[in-house]
Design a protein around this ligand. Structure first.
Ligand SMILES: [Zn+2]
Length: 138
């Protein structure tokens, strides 16, 4: 990417998602954990889908997971991204699924089930967001 290229757009932060993005800004990956039944959930939302509890805790996540599925995006192009973008659904080892991007891998080397781990990239207004790259020695 050219040095003067724009950086990717910053996330839209809501009351529910602020804890996720605040942690990401510190290079941490977190999820909501229901204080009633212990179930993890993502994306963040006010009520547990399992027990309807509104009580929530924050769980630190390892960032380790496997690639559940992916899509190679070619269009429409935005100057902040390098194409093709690899949109990825990642199953984290804690048992929840995140929509993100894969980086540091050729589209020809992407395989469903490959081990991946989170790292963080900056956005236009400064906050970091989590993306994933293949785990070495896999
Ligand atoms: Zn619950």
């Amino acid at each position: 990417m050219a040095a003067d290229a724009p950086t990717r757009p910053s996330p839209t932060v809501t009351d529910d998602s602020a804890v996720f993005w605040d942690a990401a800004a510190e290079g941490r990956l977190v999820a909501q954990r229901c204080a009633g039944c212990g179930r993890l959930r993502h994306p963040p939302r006010p009520m547990c889908p399992a027990c309807s509890s509104l009580e929530v805790e924050i769980a630190e996540l390892s960032g380790q997971g496997t690639l559940y599925s992916y899509a190679i995006l070619h269009h429409p192009q935005h100057p902040a991204f390098e194409y093709p973008v690899i949109a990825a659904l990642v199953d984290l080892e804690e048992g929840i699924r995140l929509l993100s991007c894969l980086t540091d891998v050729s589209k020809d080397d992407v395989r469903i089930g490959m081990p991946v781990h989170a790292h963080f990239v900056p956005t236009a207004d400064g906050p970091l967001i989590p993306v994933f790259r293949p785990t070495e020695d896999s």
